[in-house]
Design a protein around this ligand. Structure first.
Ligand code: IPM
Ligand code: MN
Length: 353
């Protein structure tokens, strides 16, 4: 297969981890006889420095003509003045919106070889396999924002259509997995959540009778995720709850450095693939960041955008083999052990491919 892949390193450790993602994709292409063309573009702080905009038109054009986008991370102290007119994060949010990527899939699957990296008891982690589906282009992230000297407002708004499409996508995933869907909301307080709940109740029994579903309030979900993580299969939730719950869920896996994500739009269109972690300015440029979340995001790119399931599994197996071989970056290595560099972790994946 011939495919065009846009690469947006972004800021901080973004360039270090996407470099390993690209190397892994090149190795998969060589092994399976595909041809991937990579085109890089600026996003976030790097784009602000070069052009004054967080999402330059040239970057959006590169993404629109690509079959898929591999992204590192955006942001950093250099651009985090709360009064700044342009922020790196606007580039990422603008890109998700412009590409129509309404569903963000964040798989949470602890690796048996590094259960010790999690602050949660290992006995609770065996068999945990959760897919969080976070709504990505609506809610409080995208509602009207206002600020005066005396107050500030962020509007949380959801349309029926926005809720229906992400609930359907999550239910389809659940149907192909263990057929259980947990819809997380705050229906005891928020009107948007009450609408969300009513839509889940309409769609699930009518269109997905084989999928068992439940509602859970977000505060309670935050607790149950740590208390009985094995009970979850697919979780579907609105934008900000999904953002927060997935950082929490990363602790089940032991490190943000192991959590990939796929952002998808309407069927058949390209997607955006990025680790859920940030740009980690504190360790940027030192070659010690964990590239596995980005390489696993590249595997999701193979699966969801290029429909290369065998290749996706091969890459996931290679990351797993690298972890089992003990190639652990600083965020995963045991106290006293010598952590591997970003490049060495990437090398371990290439060797396993
Ligand atoms: C994420 C990040 C982003 C988000 C930030 C950088 C805007 O935290 O992808 O989870 O909140 O969506
Ligand atoms: Mn986040």
């Amino acid at each position: 297969m011939d495919a065009a892949i846009a690469v947006l390193p972004g800021d901080g450790i973004g360039s270090e981890v996407t470099a390993e993602g690209v190397r892994a994709l090149e190795a998969i292409a060589a092994k399976f006889g595909h041809s991937f063309r990579f085109e890089s573009a600026l996003l976030g702080g790097a784009a602000i420095d070069a052009t004054g905009e967080a999402l330059p038109a040239a970057t959006l054009a590169v993404c629109e003509r690509a079959d898929a986008v591999l992204l590192g991370a955006v942001g950093g102290p250099k651009w985090s003045d709360p009064n700044a007119a342009v922020r790196p994060e606007q580039g990422l949010l603008g890109l998700r919106k412009a590409l129509g990527l309404f569903a963000n899939l964040r798989p949470v699957v602890p690796h048996p070889a590094v259960l010790d990296a999690s602050p949660i008891k290992a006995e609770l982690l065996h068999g945990v396999d959760i897919m969080v589906v976070r709504e990505l282009t609506g809610g409080i992230y995208f509602g009207e924002k206002r600020r005066t000297a005396a107050e500030a407002t962020d509007v949380c708004r959801y349309s029926v259509l926005e809720i229906e499409r992400v609930v359907r996508l999550a239910a389809e995933l659940a149907r192909a997995r263990r057929r259980k869907l947990t819809s997380v909301d705050k229906a005891n307080v928020l009107e948007t959540s009450r609408l969300w709940r009513s839509i889940v109740e309409r769609i699930l029994p009518a269109e997905f009778p084989e999928v068992q579903f439940e509602h859970m309030l977000v505060d309670s979900a935050a607790m149950h995720l740590l208390k009985r993580p094995r009970d979850f299969d697919v979780i579907v939730t609105e934008n900000m709850f999904g953002d927060i719950l997935t950082d929490e869920a990363s602790m089940l896996v032991g490190s943000l450095g192991l959590l990939p994500s796929a952002s998808l739009g309407a069927k058949g269109r390209g997607g955006l693939f990025e680790p859920i972690h940030g740009s980690a300015p504190d360790i940027a440029g030192r070659g010690i960041a964990n590239p596995y979340a980005t390489i696993l995001s590249a595997a999701m790119l193979l699966r969801y955008s290029l429909h290369l399931e065998t290749e996706a599994r091969a890459l996931e197996a290679a990351v797993s083999a690298a972890v089992v071989s003990g190639a652990l970056p600083a965020d995963l290595s045991a106290p006293g052990a010598t952590p591997v560099t970003t490049r060495a972790a990437g090398d371990a994946v290439l060797a396993a491919i």
